[in-house]
Design a protein around this ligand. Structure first.
Ligand SMILES: Nc1ncnc2c1ncn2[C@@H]1O[C@H](COP(=O)(O)OP(=O)(O)OP(=O)(O)O)[C@@H](O)[C@H]1O
Ligand SMILES: [Mg+2]
Length: 285
């Protein structure tokens, strides 16, 4: 028969072990959160009464490229616009659920959407340099809005960002010329440089090559390979070869739902769902 004293000592030891186990599991959870740059939880989005995204759950690892594929109208653009709170700028549009970036829910009540757009850069389908601005001013436009005026700092950022966007060598002697005077592919890289100048943590790209010729497209694809060494890149594409070439993971969407999310090689060689198989083999879409 054990005494009460012994019992309570045993209880104490057991409680200590429980605490140790708890701390361990908290540490594991924390590690997982650190690896996942972006975690999407139960995300839904609407345009008025029309639901465009249904219960999306997705974890994106840091410093990887993720492709989002799926037929026209399935919600790809809406999904990435929800990742920097651009979706809600459309009148009547709303989103519900959680988007956690670096452990911070970007939809939390105390979060300023302007800061989110600064931290999560976006490049659109059609290159959209600011029409009246020079190449230089296009790159620093966002910095100036944030009150940065130091010329030496801006010069440095312009060079770094244009190098990061693989455009520096082509424009370094004509930074004062209009951004609109560049070719389509150069304009798209200028827009990438403009996004990089803000030192984003995540770079969203919505069909960045669909308006470009094959040579310009392949430059952007090469660039994605470099960018993912420093940034977490999420790229919407209609081009499945492109998804296969540039991304580590691929998300397949259909009618507002995330059907499958797998390592790209697996997605294209051995998809889990029949719907994915039918889409990637060109049977619909
Ligand atoms: N501004 C809007 N107002 C109302 N409905 C919209 C609006 N924008 C998109 N939608 C609807 O939301 C759904 C998702 O659209 P979204 O643009 O995200 O699709 P997508 O997958 O990017 O298509 P695409 O490949 O053609 O670019 C579609 O049914 C679309 O009609
Ligand atoms: Mg789209």
């Amino acid at each position: 028969m054990t005494t009460n004293g012994e019992n309570s000592r045993e209880d104490e030891i057991k409680a200590d072990k429980d605490i140790d186990r708890q701390t361990e599991s908290e540490q594991v959870q924390e590690k997982q959160q650190q690896v996942h740059k972006v975690s999407i939880r139960n995300l839904e989005a609407w345009f008025g009464s029309k639901q465009a995204l249904k219960n999306i759950n997705l974890d994106v690892e840091q410093k990887t490229a993720t492709s989002v594929i799926g037929p026209s109208g399935c919600g790809k653009t809406t999904l990435i616009k929800c990742l920097n709170r651009m979706h809600e700028m459309t009148p009547g549009a709303k989103a519900k659920g959680q988007v956690i970036i670096d452990g911070m829910d970007i939809y939390a009540r105390n979060i300023d959407p302007v800061i989110i757009k600064r931290r999560i850069g976006m490049v659109f389908q059609k290159p959209n340099p600011f029409p009246t601005m020079s190449i230089y001013d296009n790159v620093v436009a966002g910095l100036k809005l944030n009150g940065i005026r130091d010329k030496r700092l801006m010069d440095e950022i312009v060079k770094d960002s244009l190098e990061g966007a693989a455009l520096w060598d082509e424009v370094k002697n004509e930074l004062g010329k209009p951004g609109m005077g560049l070719s389509g592919g150069q304009q798209q890289r200028l827009c990438i440089a403009r996004a990089l100048a803000m030192q984003p943590e995540v770079l969203l790209m919505d069909e960045p090559t669909s308006a470009l010729d094959p040579v310009a497209s392949s430059k952007i694809e090469d660039l994605v390979h470099d960018l993912k060494k420093r940034y977490t890149v999420i790229i919407v594409t209609h081009n499945m070869q492109q998804a296969a070439r540039v991304s580590d993971h691929t998300a397949f969407m259909y009618l507002g739902e995330l059907i499958e999310y797998s390592p790209t090689k697996k997605m294209f060689e051995n998809p889990e769902k029949e719907l994915t198989e039918r889409y990637i083999s060109g049977k619909f879409g």
